[in-house]
Design a protein around this ligand. Structure first.
Ligand code: FES
Length: 115
């Protein structure tokens, strides 16, 4: 039997707060890691600009096991990241990371605060 619509796979994301609390949620392909966080009320991801790469309130640290699997940040993202606190080598604005099947299981760590 063929379904009359496309079934999208749910992809797992784990957000780990500064205090170590982990939040494991699921998102759909094409969503950003910021969108999934705000829809699931993950604390510490604000997403004030709605994902337009202009606020840096979606700052995360990509887990070292996943850094090589995501595309490099654009110059625009790097410019906005300059306004974030405690920026590290693995810092990313998670509104700029779109989910696809290769990112199923990704882990991101949250900074102590966004501002
Ligand atoms: S939500 Fe504003 S830069 Fe990511």
């Amino acid at each position: 039997m063929t379904l009359p619509f496309t079934v999208l796979n749910m992809l797992k994301i784990t957000y780990i707060e500064y205090n170590g609390t982990a939040h494991e949620v699921e998102g759909r392909e094409g969503q950003s890691i910021m969108e999934v966080a705000t829809q699931n009320l993950v604390p510490g991801i604000l997403g004030d600009c709605g994902g337009t790469c202009s606020c840096a309130t979606c700052h995360t640290y990509v887990d070292s096991a996943w850094v090589a699997r995501i595309d490099a940040a654009t110059d625009d993202e790097l410019g906005v990241l300059e306004g974030a606190l405690d920026v590290r080598e693995n810092s990313r604005l998670c509104c700029q990371i779109k989910l696809d099947s290769t990112l199923d299981g990704i882990v991101v760590h949250l900074p102590q605060r966004q501002y």
